[in-house]
Ligand binder design. Sequence first.
Ligand code: BES
Ligand code: ZN
Ligand code: ZN
Length: 511
Amino acid sequence: MREIIKVEVAGRKADLAEYPTELLAVGHFSDAKGLDRICKQLDKELGGAIRAVIELGDFKGKQKTNAVIYGNGRIGAKRVLLVGLGERKKATLDAVRKAAALAANTAVKMKLKSLGLAVHGAFGGKFDLAALGRACAEGAYFGSYRYDEFVTEGNNGRADSLSVELIEPDSAKFRKLNKGLADGVIIGRAQSYARTVANRPGNVINPDTLAAEARQLAKGTAGLSCTVFDDKQLQARGMGGILAVGSGSANKPRLIILRYDGAKKAASKHATVGLVGKAITFDSGGISIKPAQRMDQMKLDKSGGIAVLATMKAVAELKLPLNVYGIIPAAENLPSGTSYRPGDIVTTYSGKTVEVQNTDAEGRMILCDGLAYAVKQKCDVIIDIATLTGACLVALGKYMAGLMGNDDRLGKQLRAAAEQSGEKLWPMPSGDEYAEEMKSKIADLKNIGSRWGGACTAAAFLRQFVGETNWAHLDIAGMDLFERETPVSTGGSRGFGVRLLTTYLMSVAGK
Ligand code: BES
Ligand code: ZN
Ligand code: ZN
């Protein structure tokens, strides 16, 4: 995988004004009274240029806005990028992450090779320094990310590397920032990895090549191991849900199982967590085929599975003292003479039978086998993540993912992780009323409910396969899809879920 950005985890106890770089990014709050210590110092060296931009009203410090000021040899930096942080009193950690992302995105757009980040400086005391350092690194990766591995000419107009350094003149503060920065580099890189694998099209990533990717990841990552069930092994185990969905494609389905054993002794004080991610490498809808418009976006229907893959990478690199399963059912949903059809009755891995009423409701058909497998492995906690329903996108828009489940405590922990990671969740119901709609007259369940509450009925279906295990379901449809370029990032996959799940697992591990 080609990587364009190298975040160097090194600081220089250099004076900000002297630090040599092509671009030095500093933050400014929209409700700040005057300039903070960093801007004040730079402003003095620059002869009042920063104050002028603000006083003239050309830059107000609003989020997603910025202004460039030229150094003219007065300071070490060739340019200063003023980044808007929004209102200080409303600021969350995500404000610094987004500011770092905007700065890194701008640096790539300007074809620069170096960026000095000092956007954390304006937050002085508002957040823990380690958390600020981590958010800066995550943001730097997020903003600089580009997907152009198949562009053969001209590197898409960008420089081939970007070196980002977090600048902090105070050595005690730097030490604390640096601690978080190291975690942020691991998480940021894992998220970029997720984006690249997710952005790859259906003719490149199919269930088998995804399995090969997972094997390769496990091979190169200490503590991670990988097992893959091919179609014959799926058959032998009776994983009828995954097999049914995969039956229409020449690319046979797989179940990818990653294991991270960070808590070697069986007497681990932490729960064994099972992450289950939907990986439909392309969702045409199958026999219940989708309309042609934007069907290309359905290459991203593997995002949940990829989020699990990348989270396993991060967790292993962070060396968390936990045992985690990454369970990724993978299939391609295509119409053909061998496809599963509406009306079919499928026996799933759990033994429960499902009447297929719509082959486009395929995510739940593969997830139910993944969930039943996680239960069988005696996971104490199961979290599934899936681009499951258009209904969730209709309900919540593209700003947050739906959170459903059977355990309030787990839900609270995930919402806390969402707050910290900036990958937002919103609670939705999936109880008995919805489960009622999923009953079939000729099988145990059917795979679609009524017209209404589609995200909730889908979750209620999944609930039937986790038994008493503590479980949460994240519907991330719309988190990656239809996303165009924003000031903080390029379009395509956002790798949603990697920061969220890793943050959750860090909290379980007490980190
Ligand atoms: N992959 C889709 C869900 C989806 C839709 C994700 C739009 C992202 C954007 C899923 O497999 C699907 O097609 N779901 C159907 C379910 C329906 C047939 C009950 C849907 O949402 O329409
Ligand atoms: Zn579908
Ligand atoms: Zn789908």
